[in-house]
Write a protein that binds this ligand. Structure first.
Ligand code: PGA
Length: 238
């Protein structure tokens, strides 16, 4: 049976009140999967981590938390940044290299490698978003950190053109998803966990998660709705 990994990327959305209402709703849907079968990780804005962690712990919900970003530097005089060491109080996972961070915040390949290094040092699992194979070629040429730590990283194939926009979902086609994920694994040269991101929703999740080289998904927009996320989680059962 294939273990399913679902990483919900909330992006820049939700206040504390809204996040707690989401958790209430999620709890009311009686999540019945075990963390051995399915790993569900929510990546909210930093401002929600403390309240969400408290609620999840108190209610024993099968949800882990991740951050959407960390500083490329260790702690210190870096105004506005949150370091991996600080994030560790709240999270087990962290998104790295998301195309929106590259597009709007000028994040570079070099930053991505620095962040991965700091995350691994702090035992946080990097969830590495790869927009295209060329990016991965650069990482592999620069550093052996990905290959040496392949079992501690979650890889995500996420073509920017497939990310939902304006309420519309338009996922990449399934054969491209499977081929590119297989290519990522081939380039790493070891068995890895590979997810797909870009317009994952309750209608397409089962088909995508059933692909040979895919172990789950990174829904953004759909994860903002607890019911939709639960439908995604329960759409596929190995
Ligand atoms: P989307 O976002 O599911 O809304 O396309 C995915 C992502 O960008 O992480």
């Amino acid at each position: 049976m294939k273990k399913l990994f679902i990483v919900g990327n909330w992006k820049s959305n939700k206040t504390v009140t809204e996040a707690l209402a989401w958790l209430e709703k999620f709890k009311s849907l009686n999540p019945s999967y075990t963390s051995e079968e399915k790993e569900v990780i929510i990546c909210p804005p930093f401002t929600l981590l403390s309240d969400m962690k408290k609620y999840i712990d108190e209610n024993n919900l099968p949800i882990k938390l991740g951050v959407q970003n960390v500083s490329p530097f260790a702690e210190g005089a870096y105004t506005g940044e949150v370091s991996a060491r600080e994030a560790k109080d709240f999270v087990t996972h962290a998104l790295v290299g998301h195309s929106e961070r590259r597009k709007y915040f000028n994040e570079t390949d070099k930053d991505v490698l620095a962040k991965i290094k700091l995350l691994l040092e702090n035992n946080i699992t990097p969830v590495l978003c790869i927009s295209d194979i060329k990016q991965l070629e650069y990482y592999l040429k620069e550093d052996d950190i990905l290959v040496n730590n392949a079992d501690k990283i979650i890889f995500v194939y996420e073509p920017p053109s497939a990310i939902s926009g304006g309420g519309t979902f338009h996922a990449a086609n399934t054969s491209d998803i499977n081929t590119n994920s297989a290519e990522i694994e081939k380039m790493i040269g070891k068995a890895i966990i590979t997810l797909y991101g870009g317009s994952v929703n309750p209608e397409n999740a089962a088909e995508i998660f059933g692909l040979e080289h895919i172990h789950g998904g990174l829904p953004g927009q759909a994860s903002l709705d607890a019911e939709k996320l639960m439908q995604i989680i329960t759409s596929y059962n190995g």
